[in-house]
Write a protein that binds this ligand. Structure first.
Ligand code: ADP
Ligand code: ASP
Ligand code: MG
Length: 400
């Protein structure tokens, strides 16, 4: 007998028929003699729809009230799924995040899990019940509901698998695994048999939304092997695990991220300390910085540009104008860009990977405005309008 955690995303529970389909997968697993904990997301576009509803009333609603609203989405899907499982004749109980013991910090909208008190989960499993848990949510020290950030149900599932030492953690979604590019955009993208945590973490961070990046970080930390697979087509998915005997590939995938803003400070004094002033202030506001470019100084001035998530752009501009406008520098923000990246541990032992990517972009007539690299990634910033064309060209260069 094994303990299996199964997570189903929004599209997998989008309507009554899909909920019944999920109930069958879960009860089949249970009838094979396993303990099963199921984590579900809100149905279909429910979370987006709730955000829209909030915006109609107050676009500047507090994060606390937003979390109170958004947690409702998952409450609907756990109860519906539990009803479907009841209908199939298996014992089941649905639990909200707090009932399942998810304690988080106070960061509404992007809370971090601090602990999971497993007593309730364990006692329901001991009663031989299938336990259906609301993903994406927890409770903080003030007994207020919190959410873990978009796509956070993946993290809920991995966290449960980690604390309960589950034998398997399956992430069911609407594609059959992790592909070399988004299979909805690149029809000949290839499904990966397996991928390392580090590569998956980069893919997820750089735009492959199939897994939430925090969930991969947590899976690596607690050594939870993940399987990404389809809830609609029963075929083997992709295994995410520690590096060991893997398919040999130069790169694993191509991603795009259009949720990027480039902020530039032009004409700042070319003196020591400006980069420090700039980035320490941004860090104090919790703004994560990505690609950084500093120009060669001229006439005693220099320019620094960097990228961050679009959501942070307004705050970043405000903060930087406060510091640098009085000193005569100009702060600007550009949201017409996208980041296209390649990811793969294979590039560490192969020279020429970056130039192959740049060559593909050149042949497609796409101009690169910034470049950044790490051991296993190369990213370029390009015109957002050309992002899909760029992914296609780069994917073709590496995968034919
Ligand atoms: P869920 O609702 O199940 O959490 P998501 O929409 O968050 O599903 O993630 C699945 C989607 O991720 C797929 O429908 C696919 O379009 C997209 N995706 C982007 N990049 C990739 C990739 N490299 N491999 C697989 N899917 C990808
Ligand atoms: N429902 C949440 C979202 O749409 C959480 C999730 O899907 O994982 O972001
Ligand atoms: Mg998701």
């Amino acid at each position: 007998m094994s303990l299996i955690v199964q997570k189903f995303g929004g599209s997998s529970v989008a309507n009554a028929e899909r909920v019944m389909n999920v109930a069958r997968i879960v009860t089949d697993t249970y009838k094979e003699g396993n303990d099963v904990v199921v984590v579900v997301s809100a149905q279909g576009d429910t979370t987006d729809d709730l955000i829209e509803k909030a915006k109609e009333i107050n676009p500047k609603a507090s994060k606390r009230e937003m979390d109170m609203l958004l947690t409702a989405g998952e409450q609907i899907s756990i109860s519906l799924l539990a009803m479907a499982i009841e209908k199939l004749g298996c014992p089941v109980v649905s639990l909200l995040g707090w009932q399942a013991g998810f304690h988080t910090n106070r960061a509404y909208g992007s809370a971090r899990i601090e602990s999971i008190k497993t007593e309730r989960l364990q006692s329901e499993l001991d009663k031989k019940k299938i336990v259906v848990v609301a993903g994406f949510q927890g409770i903080n020290k003030s007994d207020d509901l919190t959410t873990l950030g978009r796509g956070g149900s993946d993290t809920s599932a991995v966290a449960i698998a980690a604390v309960l030492h589950a034998d398997r953690c399956q992430i069911f979604t609407d594609v059959t695994g992790v592909f070399t590019a988004d299979p909805r955009k690149i029809p000949n993208a290839k499904k990966l048999k397996d991928i390392t945590y580090d590569e998956m973490l980069e893919l997820a961070t750089l735009g492959a939304q199939v897994l939430n990046n925090r969930s991969v970080e947590m899976a690596k930390k607690y050594n939870v092997e993940l399987e990404v697979l389809s809830s609609l087509e029963r075929e083997p998915g992709t295994i995410v695990k520690e590096a060991a005997k893997m398919e040999k590939m130069l790169i694993r995938g191509v991603t795009k991220d259009t949720d990027v803003a480039r902020i530039s400070v032009v004409g700042m004094k070319d003196i020591p300390g400006n980069a420090f002033r700039m980035f320490s202030k941004l860090a104090s506001k919790g703004i994560n910085i990505d690609v950084i470019l500093q120009s060669v100084g001229r006439d005693g001035t220099k320019d620094i540009s960097f990228t961050c998530a679009k959501d942070y752009a307004d705050t970043a501009v405000e903060v930087l104008e406060d510091i640098f406008s009085p000193e005569g520098a100009k702060v600007s923000c550009d949201t017409t860009i996208a980041k296209v990246s390649i990811v793969g541990a294979g590039m560490q032992s192969h020279s020429g990977t970056a130039s192959k990517m740049f060559g593909a972009l050149y042949e497609a007539g796409i101009n690169i405005s910034m470049i950044s690299t790490s051991e296993i990634t190369v990213s370029v910033l390009i015109d957002k309008e050309l992002a899909d064309k760029a992914v296609e060209a780069v994917h073709k260069a590496f995968f034919g």
